[in-house]
Design a protein around this ligand. Structure first.
Ligand SMILES: Cc1cc2nc3c(=O)[nH]c(=O)nc-3n(C[C@H](O)[C@H](O)[C@H](O)COP(=O)(O)OP(=O)(O)OC[C@H]3O[C@@H](n4cnc5c(N)ncnc54)[C@H](O)[C@@H]3O)c2cc1C
Length: 537
């Protein structure tokens, strides 16, 4: 077995990063696309080049064996994986590195770490896979704390029990996506939750951020799969009952799902599972315009068909992903079942697509038990580009580009005007700040009452000014999204980056209740200060 090395400064593992030839090819392609010259790949940071501030705190002797000040550990726990994070990594700026990185091996270790943090005024930052794109794990907590400790949950990584009768499993929070699926496979079961970051993110991180999986309808967020939770807070453990549903007051699980490490450390969860799908039906089709494709998605969502995938890519997004020539919008449609053939479902969905101007390729849409179908054709091309994209993004940032995404959700009645205005405002600000650039949209998820649009920006930036350029673009786009009634995030979470807009979106009374909950569970205000809600200390 080959061992791979996690990049301390960006997405994924060093071994899978673009090689020099791929980077040069990318530079050439981007120079051609934007009519630029002098685009050169730059070397990524090396750990020996990073000057970290001296640790300000030391753990008590009883916890010393769990804690590390190794530069690789500290640098690797400084940033998530957003554009802004990678820009600062290329600038060799790791000035907000955690003072200590702790690797608890048990729930008792987590309790002891939180006791220490509460009594010593140390900010405690729960860490899953570090794939946050909203600065959820960045120890940038200001001067009010004696220091910071990143609590990496990687050793709490077991599937403790599988209940095949109720189709559920008791799973520790630090387990990564691939290991989790590997453990469930012999039981013929799957969590069937595949965020794009699946490979490098954890169950606890998904629950703490209300992550959205790859499947576009029905079970979209991790919320849908949580049966019960166990959370360690500075005032003790909180555990909910395992139930298929309950009307006993507000749900305790709902309080912790999406709590982003600000209320406690999720150590384990009972998760609802599904049988592994055996029947599949897929089709890729085109539409003359994105708006028509969107109307087809609405019709499918409201017909009760619940496709596993009903992703639409606008003309630019389809071009950028290499699945069309930029003149048409593309829909990738897919159904899955562990129980029945899907001809009737996909047949009806394709009928609805035709009604809305979709061009369906001859013979598309038959049900099959061949699992490789989703890896072929436009769907396969899109999937491959999707998986590799974060590596390309890291390289682009090094070349001085501005490259970021934002995502939201909005009801169908407001979607057309919302989308028009968000696109117009984002293009305007991108052109103002960068001179030119590409802004594109796809749907990640679709509900009977509205879609979740996902916008991507790629534009030439100026090295040394990329952070300011993106801050201006992000602010304009976020203001527009929230002003028009969209959510500041459908699944990327709030973290530190989305705070200004989340604070506007959050109802005032709910904000007070959340602050009171934080005070009750984390009286010293040490848990992940800066995300979601400010501690009252
Ligand atoms: C390339 C890329 C693709 C992405 N695709 C998706 C996607 O498809 N869908 C999606 O929803 N998101 C996506 N994300 C965002 C990110 O992967 C998710 O937010 C993910 O859920 C974070 O999981 P993690 O284990 O990496 O958590 P981390 O990034 O380590 O932490 C995220 C937040 O959760 C808290 N936290 C982590 N573990 C625990 C715990 N055990 N207890 C309490 N709090 C905890 C942290 O304090 C932090 O606030 C993507 C990110 C990248 C870089």
């Amino acid at each position: 077995m080959t061992t791979q090395t996690r990049k301390f400064w960006g997405w994924g593992v060093e071994e899978a990063d673009l090689d020099d030839a791929q980077k040069r090819e990318l530079a050439r392609t981007m120079a051609q696309r934007f009519g630029l010259s002098g685009i050169e790949p730059v070397p990524p940071p090396r750990i020996e080049e990073i000057a970290l501030p001296a640790p300000r705190i030391r753990p008590p002797d009883s916890l010393a064996a769990l804690c590390s000040t190794d530069p690789y550990d500290r640098a690797g726990h400084t940033y998530g994986k957003a554009f802004k994070d990678v820009v600062r990594a290329y600038a060799r700026d790791f000035s907000v590195a955690p003072d200590q990185v702790a690797f608890p091996r048990s729930e008792a270790d987590v309790t002891a770490l939180l006791d220490w943090c509460s009594s010593a005024n140390v900010a405690a930052i729960p860490y899953g896979g570090g794939s946050s794109v909203v600065a959820g794990i960045e120890p940038d907590v200001g001067d009010a704390y004696a220091g910071t400790v990143s609590i990496d949950m990687m050793h709490l990584d077991r599937v403790l029990e599988v209940d095949p009768i109720s189709r559920a499993a008791h799973i520790e929070a630090g387990i990564y996506g691939p290991a989790l699926e590997e453990a469930l496979r012999p039981h013929g079961l799957t969590l069937r939750h595949f965020p794009q970051s699946f490979e490098f993110s954890t169950l606890g991180g998904w629950i703490a951020t209300r992550s959205g999986g790859h499947y576009a309808t029905l079970y979209t967020h991790i919320d849908d799969f949580v049966q019960s939770l166990r959370v360690i807070t500075p005032t003790g453990a909180v555990e909910s009952f395992r139930l298929p549903g309950s009307g006993a007051g507000p749900s305790p699980d709902r309080m912790f799902i999406g709590s982003e490490g600000a209320l406690g450390v999720i150590t384990a969860a009972w998760m609802r599972l599904q049988h592994r799908p055996t029947f599949r039906a897929n089709a890729s089709l085109t539409f003359p315009a994105f708006t028509q494709a969107a109307e087809a998605v609405r019709a499918i969502s409201q017909a009760g068909l619940y496709p596993a995938n009903v992703r639409i890519l606008d003309e630019t997004e389809a071009l950028n992903n290499g699945v069309a020539d930029g003149s048409v919008a593309v829909m990738v449609l897919g159904f899955e079942s562990a129980d029945h053939p899907l001809d009737a479902w996909i047949g009806r969905a394709l009928e609805l697509c035709r009604d809305h101007g979709g061009t369906v390729p001859q013979g598309a849409g038959g049900s099959t038990d061949d699992p490789s179908v989703s890896r072929k054709g436009q769907a396969g091309a899109w999937r491959d580009a999707f998986i590799r994209m974060p590596y390309f993004r890291d390289a682009l940032v090094g070349m001085g580009f501005v490259s970021e995404t934002f995502e939201t959700a909005i009801t169908w009645d407001r979607f057309p005007d919302f989308h028009r205005q968000v696109m117009a405002e984002t293009k305007r600000v991108v052109e103002q700040v960068c001179g030119q650039g590409s802004v594109s949209c796809r749907f990640t998820h679709a509900y009977p009452d509205g879609p979740a649009p996902y916008y991507s920006i790629t534009a030439p930036g100026r090295k040394g000014s990329q952070l300011e350029m993106m801050a201006e673009i992000k602010a304009a786009a976020s203001e527009t999204v929230v002003r028009l009634g969209g959510t500041i995030t459908h699944h990327h979470a709030v973290g530190r980056y989305h705070r200004p807009w989340y604070d506007k979106q959050r109802p005032e009374g709910f904000g007070r209740a959340l602050a009171a909950a934080k005070k009750a569970l984390d009286p010293a205000g040490v848990l992940n200060p800066g995300v979601l809600i400010d501690p009252v200390r």
